[in-house]
Design a protein around this ligand. Structure first.
Ligand code: SAM
Length: 290
């Protein structure tokens, strides 16, 4: 495998900042990540942003097949040549913006649950996680590299500044585990910040399923939309079609002090609140004159 420094020189490539092109430049790190992720010979892996193949080539050796989605056409062409050079015949490259790809359908096409891998560009990391949460029945596991700051937020516990909307959504349906820390010096060009590799293992929320998951996620978004406000105020202005007194009642019925803030609520408490808001909405409907 040729280094990204060499490939950039050979092909006169300028890594594009807006596509988050900081390539992993250390093959040993790629192998450690794949080892720790426990990729098995029968696995099918969907890789987001394969770039010049730092993860794609070792993944192709560890897994049954790899589907690699790359937005940058010139990189996709170089990657295709690199794969031939490395004798990797089990990789399919899709030249596309991953945000236009239906990941769940890709998994269904594969005929088995798939693992998503990727060293993600910062600007689409949160959107990808939200899509993965939606597609989690077909994609039970993801192994993703994030800028450290975002990784810290994704694995934060309730109660602090780092715990936010996506953390609460993830904690509702997944277990997040740190697999590795990769310092900035392992990339080319060298970014300003270190990275972390997280494993996101989706699991059914067995003990506390929401009544309606869409509403749960809207509620979490509304609560964190105004995270400095008390829940009572944040939710009253959030278009939940309930009057403030009904919101206060729902909070109390869920055993939540209306003066608390979103960041102090565990996922279980968000679910309790969603269920009690559902009850309040049904009661309000029942009281409408016919
Ligand atoms: N996986 C390679 C590695 O570790 O060296 C490259 C990682 S680089 C941080 C991010 C990659 O994602 C780049 O190849 C970039 O072109 C690609 N990319 C950026 N935005 C994308 C998008 N919306 N859809 C698909 N690929 C994207």
């Amino acid at each position: 495998m040729r280094s990204p420094q060499l490939l950039c020189k050979l092909y006169d490539l300028r890594p594009q900042k807006q596509l988050g092109q900081n390539f992993l430049a250390d093959p040993a790190t790629a192998r450690v990540i794949i080892d720790r992720a426990g990729v098995q010979p029968e696995d099918i892996v969907v890789e987001i942003g394969p770039g010049l193949g730092a993860l794609t080539i070792p993944l192709s050796r560890a897994a049954r097949a790899v589907v690699a989605i790359e937005k940058d056409r010139s990189l996709a062409r170089i990657l295709s040549d690199e794969l031939i050079g490395a004798g990797a015949t089990n990789v399919r490259i899709i030249e596309a913006d991953v945000l236009n790809v239906d990941l769940a359908s890709l998994a269904l096409e594969a005929g088995q649950p798939v693992t998503v891998f990727g060293n993600l560009p910062y600007n689409i990391s949160s959107q990808i996680i939200i899509r993965l949460i939606t597609a989690r029945r077909q994609i039970p596991r993801a192994v993703l590299m994030f800028q450290k700051e975002l990784a810290v937020r994704l694995r934060a516990a309730p109660g602090g500044r780092d715990y936010g909307r996506i953390t609460a959504m993830l904690r509702y349906c997944a277990v997040v585990r740190r697999l590795a820390v990769v310092t900035a010096a392992h990339f080319f060009p060298v970014p300003k910040v270190d990275s972390e590799v997280l494993e996101i293992g989706f699991r059914p929320p067995r003990n506390y399923p929401a009544h309606n998951e869409d509403r749960l996620f809207r509620l979490i978004a509304a609560a964190f939309g105004q995270r400095r406000k008390t829940l009572k105020n944040a939710l009253s202005g959030a278009g939940l079609s309930l009057q403030p007194p009904a919101i206060v009642r729902a909070l109390s019925q869920a055993g939540i002090d209306p003066l608390r803030r979103a960041e102090t609520l565990s996922p279980e408490e968000f679910v309790a609140l969603e269920i009690s808001l559902h009850r309040a909405a049904s009661e309000a409907d029942a009281m409408q004159p016919l």
